[in-house]
Design a protein around this ligand. Structure first.
Ligand code: DAH
Length: 329
């Protein structure tokens, strides 16, 4: 067979196998079979030396043309294989960028927090500062300094949680913050204290942990009238302009006179908290001269306001952390 016929046969074979190569690797093998150092075209070129000198030029040229054609065929097949792989990839890993995304879920504040913030904003508007205190409190701050005698039944009445191994208690009311704040400052001042308090009590309207908001104001000419005016404004801010208050004479060791206070609610009244003029002995316990300064104080249920606002009938629902309940706000 002549070298030219060899090359023709070789090219014909190359066209078929290149077209049949089904993967990049197969194609690379086919390529080196024809174009590699020991490939078919190379052996044709090597054999040139055995040809008659006048044939060498033509065969050399034909071999180079064959080489170029095979190279081009390989390149075309490579492109075809790549785009086939890409379309397969696209159809298997389909992503519809026009689909709407998953909306992130949004949290919200707890009904208690909402009411607490609203209350604080209201009192800040009246020039009050917001004060804070610890929930584990000394017996002195929670009871003694507030004028509870040692054996006063109120200490039991409050169903106190005592802290094991110490005289500390879980504060039963926010009133001990009065002692902390007043002992550190010179009047005049006015504060509110929203916070958690603890009592051993559990039914639909009582929970062992609940919230109060304490308020107190001390100065040289603070009167019972100021207390009533402040509480009226507070009640009307929270419950609407039609809200009425009812004061019932009561006893607290740390106020004199003292009152319990109800707020009108629909047809009836809602027990809302206690209030009074700060007892002179409490002022003295805080290093304040009761002959010069007077003050009023009040302590209100905060949870109850949140229950009314959000229409929750059972206080436990506020604290159980049941998402089905909380999601409704
Ligand atoms: N500390 C009282 C309680 O928990 C509420 C209270 C009554 C607070 C009268 C006061 C007050 O500041 O003057 O029941």
């Amino acid at each position: 067979m002549s070298a030219a016929a060899d090359l023709d046969a070789l090219l014909a074979e190359a066209r078929t196998v290149i077209q049949d190569a089904g993967s990049a690797q197969e194609l690379a093998e086919v390529r080196s079979r024809f174009l590699g150092k020991k490939g078919s075209v190379a052996s044709v070129l090597r054999a040139i030396g055995t040809l008659a000198p006048e044939e060498r030029g033509a065969v050399g040229q034909a071999a180079n043309q064959a080489k170029a054609e095979i190279e081009a065929l390989v390149k075309a097949r490579k492109g075809a294989l790549e785009s086939a792989a890409e379309s397969q990839n696209l159809s298997e890993h389909h992503l519809d960028v026009s689909l709407p995304g998953a909306a992130p879920t949004r949290g919200h504040l707890h009904p208690i927090t909402l009411v607490e913030r609203d209350m604080c904003e209201f009192f800040k508007g009246l020039g009050y500062s917001v004060e804070d205190g610890p929930e584990v409190e000394s017996d002195w701050n929670n009871f003694g300094a507030l004028n509870f005698p040692e054996d006063h039944p109120a200490r039991d009445l409050q169903d106190t949680f005592f802290v094991e191994g110490s005289t500390n208690v879980l504060r039963t009311h926010t009133s001990p913050v009065q002692i902390r704040a007043m002992s550190e400052r010179e009047p005049p001042f006015r504060f509110i204290v929203p916070g958690r308090v603890y009592r051993y009590d559990l039914d639909p309207t009582h929970y062992p942990m609940f919230h109060q908001i304490e308020g107190f104001c001390v100065g040289e000419d603070v009167s019972l009238g100021d207390l009533k005016g402040t509480l009226y404004a507070f009640a009307r801010h929270l419950f609407g302009e039609q809200a009425e208050l009812r004061f019932r004479a009561h006893f607290f060791p740390f106020t004199e006179p003292s009152a319990e206070m109800d707020v009108s609610w629909g047809e009836g009244w809602l027990e809302w908290g206690g209030c009074g003029m700060i007892h002179p002995r409490v002022l003295l316990n805080c290093g304040i001269d009761p002959d010069r300064f007077q003050g009023f104080a009040f302590g209100m249920a905060l949870d109850r306001a949140a229950m009314i606002r959000s229409g929750i009938p059972n206080i436990q629902l506020l604290f159980d952390g049941d998402v089905r309940v909380l999601e409704q706000f």
